[in-house]
Design a protein around this ligand. Structure first.
Ligand code: KG4
Ligand code: ZN
Length: 339
């Protein structure tokens, strides 16, 4: 392919309204992200109805800003990518409707993107030479997957959470500690000031050969610890709880990722999703990677959490591999990562 492909991408799966313009799937010309976090913080979590309404208010402005920042107009757009799922149905619908309208009006191809695949593709933006195959740990607010990435659009799902997602565990523990939503970044910060050996929370590895995860027992252990400490009138050192909890999560994430990489003789582990922004996780993975001779990749913070640039990258790789949607494209709130 000689010609550059300019992709306009839209992401509205949760509480970020985002639009990006990319050249050829790896070069970001603009990536505008409008976060609704402050609005949802009042409620301690994302309120779906409020999210949809805010996406509608913002979407056209964000698209316009993305085009302007990229220095392009609608006429320059070759491809329209949009998050199809998983996510909140009403929120996704805003993005899909906008993307369809643009693709139809411009007579350009439309590609519905799996949000989780988007998280993986954030790494192609960050690392211009990164190519599959690699082992990938995807850790977000809604999902925890251990995947062997065979090709740009080819995934083997090896493990997943059986209950809470890693990010969800961070958010729930933060809430129990009286901290605002989203809890992950705050726990990350507090953990740096705490002792991660202070409290011995369980590391749940499940069956010896399983690559699945389970975080709800750990969350319950933290809640029990907090309740018992309160009943006994003991002082709760929030930094120590944060550090000990975080350590219990990241040890399991790291050891299972390393085990899979070794089993598959993979020399690369790639991290993706909001929790990949966690400094404790990044450091532990890097240290273990060094010991095992495995190279560790993770995107910069802004590309870890939800953004449209990663959706644009996934749309591009799907497009060049022939995965193109039609105008019957519909939201899929429970979309899985397919092989
Ligand atoms: O990928 P993401 O932006 O949205 C979903 O697709 O879910 O992930 C959001 C999740 C939230 O649970 C948030 O608490 C968590 O990522 N998160 C973090 C950090 N930054 C965001 N968790 C731990 N440490 C962080 N630094
Ligand atoms: Zn996400």
């Amino acid at each position: 392919m000689n010609e550059d492909i300019i992709t306009l991408a839209i992401e509205t799966s949760c509480d970020e309204t985002s639009c990006a313009v990319l050249r050829n799937g790896r070069e970001v010309l603009s990536n505008i992200i409008s976060s609704q976090i402050e609005i949802h913080q009042k409620f301690g979590g994302v309120v779906p109805e409020v999210a949809s309404r805010k996406h509608i208010e913002n979407i056209n402005i964000i698209i316009q800003q993305a085009l302007e920042k990229a220095g392009v107009t609608f006429k320059d757009v070759d491809l329209v990518g949009v998050t199809q799922g998983p996510g909140l149905v009403g929120a996704l619908l805003v993005g899909i409707s906008s993307a369809k309208a643009i693709a139809y009006a411009l007579n350009r191809p439309l590609v519905g993107v799996n949000h989780i695949e988007g998280h993986v593709c954030a790494n192609y933006i960050e690392f211009k030479d990164l190519e599959p195959p690699f082992t990938c740990l995807i850790v977000s607010g809604g999902h925890t997957y251990l995947v062997q990435v065979e090709g740009y659009t080819k995934y083997e799902l090896v493990g997943r959470t059986r209950d809470d997602a890693a990010g969800e565990a961070f958010d729930k523990v933060a809430r129990a500690l009286g901290l605002p939503y989203p809890g992950g970044p705050i726990i990350d910060k507090l953990a740096k000031e705490g002792n991660n050996l202070a409290i011995d929370f369980p590391r749940v590895f499940l069956e010896p050969n399983s690559y699945d995860f389970s975080f709800s027992g750990l969350k319950t252990a933290v809640l029990n610890y907090l309740n018992q400490a309160k009943q006994k009138g003991e002082k709760i050192i929030v930094e120590d709880v944060a550090a000990s909890f975080q350590q219990a999560v990241i040890e399991v994430l790291v050891e299972k990722s390393i085990k899979l990489a070794k089993e598959r003789k993979s020399h690369k582990i790639v991290m993706a999703g909001g929790v990949a922004a966690n400094e404790g996780l990044r450091n532990l993975m890097k240290n273990r990677g060094k010991e095992e001779g495995i190279e560790i990749y993770y995107p910069s913070r802004v590309l870890c959490t939800d953004n449209a640039a990663m959706i644009g990258s996934a749309a591009y790789f799907n497009y060049i591999n022939g995965n193109i949607s039609n105008f019957h494209l519909n939201v899929e709130p429970n979309l899985e990562l397919k092989g």
